[in-house]
Design a binder for this molecule. Structure first.
Ligand SMILES: *Cc1c(COP(=O)(O)O)cnc(C)c1O
Length: 348
C-alpha cells in the first residue's frame, strides 16, 4: 500500500536499513546518560540546525509528540493569557488542551478560505499567541509575512507555532516566532513517537522568569538537561537516531522546499481542471503546500477512495466533520514521483 495519509505517513525507504544499523551499533540499548548518547543528541541537533536553517541561538528539545508540546507550552510559558487563532481541528485541539491547564485562554477562528488577518484580532492582553502554521485537517497554511506582522505588532508576546505537518517539508523562517514544534510522523518521513520543540532565546528567558517546574517535562527542567545533551526521562533514542540519519541524508530545506512547492502547484492545477474533484481551499494565499484537501460529493469521495485502494493507494480520510466530503493527499518529501504519477493516473 502506498500511503498518502498526512500522518502517520509514508516513511523514507531507507528506514529499515537505518534500524538495522541502530541494532548493530548498539543504539537500541544505549544508556541515555552515556557519552555516546550525548554525542548522538549533539550531532542530531547540529544536523537539524544545518539542514532546516534554524538560528544558532535557538534551543532544540526532544519530546514524544506535538500533543506533549501543546501541554509543555501551556504549563510553562503562560503568565497572563494565551490566544489561539485557527481554522481547523488541530488549532482547536491545542486550544482545548491549553484551556484545561489555563483558564485564561481564548480562541479566535477564521474562515478556511480567508487569510489570517493580523490587524483584526486583539492580542493586547495575551503574553502567548498560538498559531498553527499548517492546519492538517483543512489544508491551509499561514505565511511567513503574516507571522512577521503578528510579531511586529506584538513585541511583548511570545509566538508559538505548530508546524507539525510542514516542518521538514517547506522552508520556515524560524526567527519569525519564538516556539516551533513538530512531531516526526508527517513531513520528516519517520515513524511516530518523537517530536522536536524549538525555542528562541526569548522563549528560554520567559520560561526562566515564569519558573514553572512542577512537571517532569516543565520547560526549565528540559532546558537544564538539554545543556548537557540529555533529557529528563529515557527518550526515544531510536527515533532520535533515525531523525539524525534522515537529516544527514537529506538536502538542505531550500531544495526540498522547491520540490514540494512545485509538486503542490501540480496538484492544485490538476484538480482545477478536474471534472468532479476540486480542492477545498481556493484562496491562493491560504493553500497548504504539504496537505492537499480535495472536496466532492460524498459518493464521488467514496468512489475515489475505493478506486485508489484497488490500485494499492491509501488516500487520507477527511478529518472530523469533513470526513464525508473530502479526502486528503499528503504532499510530503518522502513520497516518490512515481507514486504521485500512479495516484494521478488513478484519479484522472
Ligand atoms: C498530527 C498533528 C498534531 C498531533 O501530533 P501528535 O504527534 O499525534 O501529537 C498536532 N498538530 C498538527 C498540526 C498535526 O498535524
Amino acid at each position: 500500500m502506498i500511503s498518502f495519509y498526512p500522518g502517520p505517513s509514508r516513511v523514507y525507504e531507507e528506514i529499515p536499513s537505518y534500524i538495522k544499523d541502530a541494532y548493530r551499533g548498539g543504539i537500541l540499548s544505549m544508556n541515555h546518560r552515556s557519552a555516546e548518547c550525548m554525542h548522538l543528541m549533539k550531532q542530531t541537533i547540529r544536523e537539524l540546525k544545518r539542514k532546516l536553517r534554524i538560528p544558532a541561538g535557538y534551543t532544540i528539545l526532544f519530546t514524544s509528540s506535538a500533543t506533549e508540546c501543546w501541554e509543555v507550552i501551556a504549563q510553562s510559558l503562560i503568565n497572563t493569557k494565551s490566544i489561539h487563532i485557527g481554522n481547523g481541528a488541530f488549532a482547536q485541539k491545542w486550544y482545548v488542551y491549553t484551556k484545561a491547564l489555563n483558564a485564561n485562554t481564548e480562541y479566535i477562528s477564521f474562515g478556511i478560505n480567508e487569510v489570517l488577518n493580523p490587524d483584526k484580532t486583539i492580542f493586547d492582553s495575551a503574553n502567548l499567541i498560538c498559531l498553527t502554521q499548517n492546519e492538517t485537517s483543512t489544508g491551509t497554511q499561514v505565511s511567513d509575512s503574516i507571522l512577521k506582522k503578528i510579531k511586529a505588532l506584538n513585541p511583548d508576546s511570545l509566538i508559538a507555532v505548530d508546524a507539525t505537518s510542514s516542518m521538514g517539508g517547506i522552508t520556515l523562517n524560524f526567527s519569525s516566532a519564538d516556539i516551533w514544534f513538530a512531531s516526526v510522523q508527517k513531513c520528516f518521513g519517520l515513524p511516530a513517537g518523537l517530536a522536536v520543540l524549538i525555542c528562541s532565546p526569548r522563549a528560554v528567558k520567559r520560561a526562566l522568569e515564569i519558573g514553572e517546574s512542577n512537571h517532569y517535562n516543565s520547560l526549565i527542567n528540559q532546558l537544564q538537561m538539554a545543556e548537557k545533551f540529555q533529557t529528563t526521562h529515557t527518550p526515544n533514542v531510536l527515533g532520535i537516531y533515525l531523525l539524525y540519519r534522515v537529516m544527514q541524508n537529506s538536502p538542505t530545506i531550500t531544495q526540498t522546499h522547491a520540490r514540494v512547492v512545485a509538486q503542490a502547484k501540480k496538484w492544485y492545477s490538476f484538480f482545477d481542471s478536474h471534472a468532479s474533484l476540486k480542492t477545498l481551499i481556493q484562496n491562493p494565499n491560504a493553500k497548504s503546500h504539504t496537505v492537499i484537501t480535495v472536496t466532492a460529493t460524498p459518493p464521488a469521495i467514496k468512489a475515489a477512495k475505493a478506486r485508489a485502494r484497488k490500485a494499492g493507494i491509501l488516500l487520507g480520510a477527511g478529518y472530523g466533520n469533513l470526513k464525508e466530503t473530502t479526502f486528503r493527499i499528503a504532499n510530503f518529501p518522502a513520497i516518490k514521483p512515481a507514486e504521485i504519477n500512479k495516484l494521478i493516473r488513478c484519479l484522472r
